[in-house]
Ligand binder design. Structure first.
Ligand code: BG6
Length: 476
């Protein structure tokens, strides 16, 4: 039974996408290449390409899912009109860095790229939809990887800041909410997408990853500072691939393993929200031979420019044990997790844990006491077109249960600005490159081989979500 909740007045309901998974038009308007543009689909070795990007660049694949994606680049008007029909108050999308600075290290931005986002933002505002912009969602220009080695190189901070400067100045009156880096902790798991780093070329992959993380943290803090100077009304958030890790058993060894796993993720937000490296990380660095290169001003920059709010994605909780032999691993997850016997799993093996969202929100709020924003949540599943249309009851149940859990967390006292369902329109999966892993309220006619009309079609969940928004979350 779903309990009724009162969500605060002005709660921002909406949906989320990312440029690298929806825009397509991969060479149009002067755009440069990004890491996803060299990745094939799952059947043609995406997993291997994610681990060996330089090798992938020198391989010719039959099919690249990002090159056309769902063609949002040409169809954004139609798509935003559908979001408006659902009653969206907010639309989270990302700006593709390589549309603005195609190589990443130019001095002048590409006007054509900016004009595209002028149009997208205008379209949102026309429908009274608040844009929520991710500045970097898995698409640092590829040239910055090949020429500079990606985020492990400190020069990336300046290139990123030049890009932010253009965005903040141009959109300061139109965009209030900004996220500096999508899932900043993803660099630990997918260094190509998170940091444009090819760890297969390195003798010290861990060193590179943490050095890259440090540069992103400094870049994020400096961007926050600059945004406030340009227009203090802009609200800057960090973004975590969230979800609490549970211990497999009540054995204290397992409990401690779970604490350590959580800290590996919290570390990023500890820096972005509290403004300093947590002391627990020192031991990890020492034991793993990691030596961060820091400039003398870094500590102050981090300390003085913490974020306004904390956004995160939540798909599932995670489970761990101190015993490497214990339990069975789930399949298909970027974050390793053991199978939790109390949970059901999605078509892709992701565990389904609505209460975990309430737990995660309480954990984050207890730790940081800053407003949260749930900027990704959803069910990637196969959809079937039947005579009556696309009856995606599984997705509705998933979202119902998670929105209910979010309402409970709010009732627990957690401050929360809004909720943007991931992949509000079907798009290319980041981890697998598949179209068939669908998240949307809106179906896109395209298959895993890239065939289809690209026509949009409302699913059953479309009307359901419209009702949820209209009732401000009361009618689930
Ligand atoms: C998050 C990312 O990790 O999860 C999104 O921010 C991604 O880009 C989403 O699409 C779902 O993952 P996947 O692999 O199913 O697309």
């Amino acid at each position: 039974l779903i309990k009724k909740q009162r969500f605060p007045e002005g709660f921002l309901w909406g949906g989320a996408v990312a440029a690298n998974q929806c825009e397509g038009a991969y060479l149009e308007g002067g755009k440069g290449l990004t890491p996803v543009d060299i990745l094939p689909d799952a059947k043609h070795g995406r997993q291997d390409a994610l681990k060996h990007p330089t090798k992938a660049m020198n391989t010719e694949y039959d099919f690249y899912p990002s090159h056309e994606s769902i063609d949002f680049y040409h169809r954004y008007k139609e798509d935003i009109a559908l979001f408006a029909e659902m009653g969206f108050k907010v639309f989270r999308f990302s700006i593709c860095w390589a549309r603005i600075f195609p190589k990443g290290d130019e001095t002048l931005p590409n006007e054509q790229g900016l004009e595209f986002y002028d149009r997208v933002i205008e379209e949102c505002l026309k429908h009274n939809i608040e844009p929520l912009v991710t500045i970097n969602h898995f698409d640092t220009p590829l040239y910055l990887m090949t020429k500079y080695g990606g985020w492990k190189n400190r020069n990336l901070i300046d290139f990123y800041l030049a890009y932010c400067e253009v965005l903040f100045k141009r959109y300061q009156k139109k965009v209030k909410y900004w996220l500096t880096f999508n899932e900043i902790n993803m660099i630990l798991h997918l260094p190509l997408l998170g940091g444009a780093i090819d760890t297969s070329l390195s003798n010290e992959p861990n060193q590179d990853i943490y050095q890259g993380s440090h540069h992103q943290l400094v870049a994020s803090a400096m961007a926050t500072k600059r945004a406030r100077e340009i227009n203090p009304k802009m609200q800057i958030g960090c973004m975590l691939a969230g979800a609490s890790t549970y211990p497999l058993t009540c054995n204290p060894e397992d409990v401690f393993a779970a604490q350590e796993a959580n800290r590996k993720n919290y570390f990023f937000i500890d820096v972005q929200s509290r403004g300093a490296y947590p002391s627990y990380l020192n031991r990890y660095f020492e034991e793993n031979n990691i030596h961060l290169q820091m400039e003398s001003e870094d500590k102050n920059i981090l300390k003085e420019n913490t974020v306004d709010f904390i956004s995160f994605s939540y798909y599932s909780s995670r489970l761990t044990s101190a015993d490497p032999e214990a339990g069975e691993q789930t399949s298909g997850n970027v974050f390793k997790s053991l199978k939790n016997p109390y949970l059901e799993r999605s078509d892709w093996g992701w565990q389904i844990d609505p209460l975990g969202l309430r737990i995660t929100m309480n954990d984050l709020y207890d730790r940081y006491q800053k407003p949260l924003f749930v900027v990704e949540n959803g069910l990637g599943a196969f959809d079937q077109i039947e005579e009556q249309g696309i009856i995606d009851d599984g997705r509705i149940h998933y979202l119902q249960a998670h929105i209910n859990a979010m309402g409970e967390a709010i009732a627990d006292g957690v401050e929360c600005l809004g909720y943007t369902a991931w992949g509000c329109i079907d798009l290319v999966s980041a981890s697998t490159g598949e179209m068939s892993k669908r998240y949307g309220f809106i179906y896109v006619d395209k298959d895993d081989e890239g065939k289809g009309t690209l026509n949009r079609k409302k699913k059953k969940s479309f009307d359901w979500y419209k009702k949820v928004i209209a009732s401000n979350g009361d009618d689930l």
